[in-house]
Design a protein around this ligand. Sequence first.
Ligand code: SAH
Ligand code: SF4
Ligand code: F3S
Length: 447
Amino acid sequence: MQPQASEKVGIAKEKLGVFISTYGCQMNVNDTERMFTLLEMSNYVPVTSPEQASLIIINSCSVREKPVHKVHSEVGRYRKLKAVNKSLKIGVTGCVAQQEKKKLMDDMDLIDFVVGTDAIDELPQIVARLRESDEKQIDAKFRHQEAYQVDTLVRNPGVSTFVNITKGCDNFCTFCVVPFTRGRERSRKYSELVDDVKRLVDRGVKEVYLLGQNVNSYQSECGVNFAHLLKGIALETDIERIRYTTSHPKDFNQELVDIMQEYREKICEYIHLPVQSGNSEVLERMNRGYTREEYIEKANMILETIPGAVLSTDIIVGFPGETEQQFEDTMSLLDEVPYESLYAFKYSARPFTKAARWEDHLSESEKSERLNRLFAKHKEIAFPMAKKYEQKTLAVLVEEVKEGRAFGRSTQNKSVHFATSEDLVGQTVKVCIEEAFPQTLRGSLVQ
Ligand code: SAH
Ligand code: SF4
Ligand code: F3S
């Protein structure tokens, strides 16, 4: 008789292996951790390859490019495994699950269950029902009416941990599927969030990364806004560092930057501020709620209030109807705002969105050509910006030490490497930067 996959890797017999593949943003990464934690409490054990698993979950993302196709092709790769392992169950979670719902199972018989973005906490029960009844399961209902209560669930929190502060999005940018896959915006209670961070600190966490689609519209039940949430976490907990993402430029205000500056000992000076386009007409058609000029004004406000603040952005090229001149406005924005990192994407039509229904779509080759030009321009600008860190001393929170090399992040969100023989994980150390590369900085420990 062939040994079971679980025996090969020495997993206790009664435990079942679970493999999760994760696509998309930090929210999905955080949701995957949540699923692992919940499943570990119900007799599953994480495994590192699909061959070892009795449960495979694809935690999907729908934000760009053929996401449904990606899910189908990954599930297809498991056909052989399912043929030899009759107890193997395959499920889809995340934004494609929310978007496609039952259709995923109708189109692909290998899929046993579909769990939407609001139903993650039901996962253990859903999987248990599936095993008991052998009937396919689906829960893709939004829970708009329920309070948003999600204490962070993380197995080994390590040095830095994600903490959800809001879910969903009510902005309905005309290109974006997220309001349809994550539902209406809800904020967690202020007191629950502070307690959550305190518990993480007790478990050794040094840095929390606050997450939301638009963190700036955080609004607690007792009227606390995002700026005051940051201040509250800085004052009421012993967390060493606070980061957050993503900010929406329309809601970014002076109060927030003032609080960041006042509590800069704890709140990192790195701000991801997605602009999407440098042309005001395109921004209006995107429904972003700000003009080029207003955006530049906010970027300047940040740079003036927080000395040394670091900005990064997201840009979409080839939005429907984008002319060459309008694209040039995006190119020239790079001369006005010193973005140290740039995440740029070709526009991709998404289901349910307004822009997908418009007729003036650009060809793939036009979009690719613009994307290449934008990256080439940013490359020219970014390297000299990285070089300015050479000979500077940065505060680095060490995340990993391996074979005499330490890796960590500076408050500016720079990846920093240096040599050390000590186990400095979890400590914030001073590192003098010797050489800057486009993505990372190399330095040496300042004693
Ligand atoms: N809430 C964040 C963005 C989440 S999606 C915000 O408002 O900035 C992450 C990024 O994906 C977006 O900033 C955008 O640049 C990109 N994106 C979203 N929808 C897209 C689409 N249809 N085509 C191409 N890029 C898209
Ligand atoms: Fe999408 Fe806009 Fe919401 Fe960001 S703010 S998630 S881009 S709809
Ligand atoms: Fe993708 Fe959903 Fe995040 S669409 S980017 S996983 S919110």
